[in-house]
Design a protein around this ligand. Structure first.
Ligand code: D6G
Length: 825
């Protein structure tokens, strides 16, 4: 290629001027999409601009990966079953700082960027906080130029699409990839076999050592890699998110094909490829399905084979493995990585047990994300034996070694050995995946200080006794690139105009806004932006749901998965109490409120689905009652997702973080909302406590039972009825729900909710109701004083520096992974 042609091409694919971007866009429209002005669909336009943006990442991506090899750096591999990446185009334009140029380039061709962006399909490859955290971490790792790679599953169907019919959640499939995904690059050259079933045969080595062989395993599954670039802010570093898709090794089963049974001849392929077909839509619930176990092993095995392949490019022996490789287990879902690495090192690479075990423990770190008992993964031994016989055997052996050590270190303490055993004997013989992960890693962490304390003192107490130096806390964080700069551009610009743009990568810089909380002119600007955001959301709600909301009302927001411990019920009971107050003619002086909910319930979680229906039923009544008017509205925004969160969060005045103390491990929605100037009403739970410490007690609304109170209530025999009898407001609200006031067509509809509250009330809704209502009174009083409210709003944003995921990642890098930033060579 001559110099001039190369220079032209180079400009077309690398330069960031509006002119070059326009050329690149036109090139892709014609030569990648094969479309012209007559045939181009909105999606073609989107793809063409996506390819133009992707072009700008390719060199940096390749160079980053080359640098990792050239400098032979230690890398961290993040194993996560879930990623919620959100909208890619808008994020990458921010990272490359080319949004204005692209807007200009498209405008000159008669297109509006915002309209094209609406075609961005969000891959919903996760359920909630855990998957979004994984993506914030990827963003921070790249922004901090840390050598990292995320591994996960390329589900064909992500989290279901939530539709509301007559107030009930219904689910439809989310075929996010049906039009293709311009951001992923298939890597058919990277295929790894993943075996299941078979049996283990024992023999002896020439030196008399036992040798195990996994034989007769089915070898029809291959994991194929798809790579997605992960740029950091300003794109100095571009890391990789590698997702695995299941491919069958056999297109046709000729045994059936030759006898004319065509359907059965292809069904094997379909069964095999089912492994990566669908994301399990459960947040914090373990359903124990065989296919789920297959998914877990599938992605763990492929990832470890890939990691070993990469390591071996530069290293002839395994001596340096744990000096070059750190692997983080995002919850217990990937904890089969422990026996799988052992298997690969012993059976394939022929290392001794002792050497393999040392490498394994040094390589892995484990993050626990929940203490909910129903989320604690346990796999029945019979299932493991049938699917992964060699792994079960390795797990038994790990357990034997571990318990031997415990008996030696704590003689006579059989109870301790029983408590920490990886194998649970009753009610069903099962493998406790959290125990496997703790024993097999050198570090275990919780995700907020309180959560880590609960792990150490309650949930994993015996482990803490054994491995006290392994336990540590890493409070979660969020990326300010998405959760302020991208989602709230007006506020981001205002902040930058005052303190410069350093905050984007050093969130502590926001502290410089503290003195401005007392500056009337600044407060005015701050309030205007909040109002603009509220107007935008109000318009959206009106278009989507036909509900007109009062923009002067408190936008009171609870957006998260629907779960009993998160207590959307407490919120809706408060709505009923407000409604009654208005109906009683005591609405004078009431501060208007718009209570906004959004969130999905797991399809099999009936109580959570009934809560969604209750929110809608109460909303129907309240929103259509002429006595209520503008004073109170209830809104449920369907199909919560990352992009819905981006729309809602900038407009929130009040952030509801009202889980029962001790149950929410950290939360990250609490951080996103506070960063955007919402004040929190919350319990002393998860990261709320640390948010309170940062923003100051006077700038947050804390109410209700603390962890010790909850424990005490349980010990003393909690009687929810006592609270019902004592509190007339609560009694009346519950009676209305029970008697069918909100569901005249089916008066008994909400009985399961009322019964659960009156009989067990596991999550102490009744006990916390009064304190919550009182606290909401304070909220309203303070909201009525804009000077005070916006001062507090500014102080919330200004003090959120700690909650940048950059800080979290720096702590993991220092304390767990021992990795350093890398400059592109
Ligand atoms: C990404 C970017 C590409 C690079 C590749 C390396 O797909 O430029 O060549 O990663 O992958 P590994 O061989 O290190 O897995």
């Amino acid at each position: 290629m001559d110099k001039k042609t190369w220079a032209n091409l180079h400009q077309c694919f690398r330069e960031n001027s509006a002119e070059a971007l326009q050329q690149s866009f036109q090139f892709h429209l014609r030569y990648t999409q094969a479309k012209d002005e007559y045939s181009a669909t909105a999606h073609d336009l989107y793809n063409s601009i996506a390819y133009a943006v992707r072009d700008r990442l390719v060199d940096k991506w390749t160079e980053t990966q080359e640098s990792y090899y050239d400098q032979d750096v230690k890398r961290v591999y993040f194993l996560s079953m879930e990623y919620l990446v959100g909208r890619t185009l808008s994020n990458y334009m921010i990272d490359l700082e080319i949004r204005p140029e692209i807007k200009q380039a498209l405008k000159a061709l008669g297109h509006e960027l915002e309209e094209i962006e609406d075609n961005d399909v969000e891959p919903g490859l996760g359920n909630g906080g855990l998957g979004r955290l994984a993506t914030c971490f990827q963003n921070s790792l790249a922004t901090l130029s840390l050598p990292a790679c995320g591994y996960g599953i390329r589900y064909e169907f992500g989290i279901f699409y939530q539709k509301i019919r007559n107030g009930f959640q219904t689910e439809t499939s989310d075929n996010w990839n049906r039009r293709g995904n311009p951001w992923e690059i298939p890597r058919p050259e990277l295929m790894f076999p993943v075996k299941f079933f078979g049996k283990v045969v024992e023999s002896k080595s020439p030196t008399g050592q036992p040798v195990y062989e996994w034989v007769d395993a089915r070898d029809d599954v291959m994991a194929m890699a798809y790579d997605i670039p992960v740029p950091g802010y300003k794109c100095e570093t571009v890391n990789t998110l590698r997702l695995w898709s299941a491919k069958s090794t056999r297109e046709l089963d000729f045994e059936f094909f030759n006898t004319g049974d065509y359907l059965r001849s292809v069904s094997l392929k379909a069964d095999t490829e089912n492994i990566s077909k669908v994301l399990y839509p459960n947040d914090n619930i373990d359903q124990g399905k065989e296919l789920r176990l297959k998914q877990e092993y599938f992605f763990v095995s492929a990832s470890l084979q890939d990691i070993i392949r990469r390591y071996k490019k530069n290293h002839p022996t395994f001596d340096q493995f744990s000096e070059k490789v750190a692997v983080q287990l995002n919850d217990t879902h990937p904890s089969l990585a422990v026996p799988e690495l052992m298997r690969l090192l012993i059976d394939v690479e022929k290392l001794s047990w002792e050497r393999a075990w040392k490498i394994t423990v040094e390589t892995f770190g484990f993050t626990n994300h929940t203490i909910l008992p129903e989320a604690m993964e346990k796999w029945p031994v019979h299932l493991m034996e049938y699917l992964l016989p060699r792994h079960l055997q390795i797990i038994y052996q790990i357990n034997d070694h571990f318990l031997k050590q415990i008996r030696a270190d704590f003689p006579g303490n059989d109870e301790l050995a029983r408590q920490v055993s990886i194998v649970q004997e009753t009610p069903e013989r099962s493998i406790r995946m959290a125990h496997l992960a703790i024993v097999g890693s050198h570090k275990t962490n919780g995700v907020a200080r309180l959560h880590t304390e609960i792990l150490k003192n309650r949930v994993f107490k015996p482990f803490y006794q054994i491995f006290s130096d392994r336990f540590h806390n890493k409070t979660n964080g969020i990326t300010p690139r998405l959760w302020l700069k991208t989602c709230n551009p007006e506020l981001a610009e205002l902040i930058t105009s005052i303190i410069g743009d350093q905050w984007i990568t050093q969130l502590d810089e926001l502290k410089k806004l503290v003195p401005l909380a007392d500056d009337a002119a600044f407060r005015e600007q701050w309030a205007t932006i909040k109002m603009n955001n509220k107007k935008n959301l109000a318009k959206y709600i009106d278009c989507l749901l036909g509900i007109s909301v009062n923009v002067d009302s408190i936008f009171d927001v609870q957006i998260k998965r629907i779960h009993e411990y998160k207590r959307q019920l407490l919120n809706i009971l408060h709505v009923v109490a407000l409604y009654n107050r208005i109906k009683d003619g005591k609405g004078d002086g009431l501060v208007p409120r718009t209570v906004i909910f959004s969130g999905k319930a797991a399809p099999g979680y009936h109580q959570a689905k009934l809560i969604i229906k209750l929110i809608h039923s109460v909303g129907d009544k309240v929103n259509h009652d002429p006595d209520v008017g503008d004073l109170l509205k209830v809104v449920f925004i369907p199909n919560y997702s990352v992009s819905k969160a981006e729309k809602i969060i900038p407009s929130a005045d009040l952030s509801e973080q009202i889980s029962t103390a001790g149950w929410e491990a950290s939360g990250t929605g609490n951080m996103k909302l506070a960063l955007n100037g919402a004040l929190t009403i919350g319990t002393l739970d998860g990261a709320n406590i640390e948010i309170m410490e940062e923003v100051g007690k006077e700038n947050i609304f804390i109410f209700g039972l603390e962890v010790e109170d909850v424990q005490k209530l349980d010990q003393d025999g909690y009687q929810p009825r006592d609270f019902y009898d004592k509190n007339q407001t609560l009694k009346r609200a519950l009676e209305m729900i029970r008697s069918g006031h909100f569901s005249p067509e089916d008066p008994a509809l909400f009985h399961p909710i009322v019964n659960a509250l009156l009989s067990g009330d596991t999550f102490k809704v009744m006990a916390d109701f009064e304190a919550y209502c009182q606290c909401q009174e304070n909220v309203a009083k303070e909201y009525a004083d804009p000077k005070l409210w916006f001062k507090k709003s500014i102080l919330n944003s200004a003090n959120m520096g700690k909650f940048s995921s950059d800080r979290t990642i720096q702590e993991y890098s220092r304390d767990v992974w021992n990795i350093q930033p890398v400059r592109r060579s």
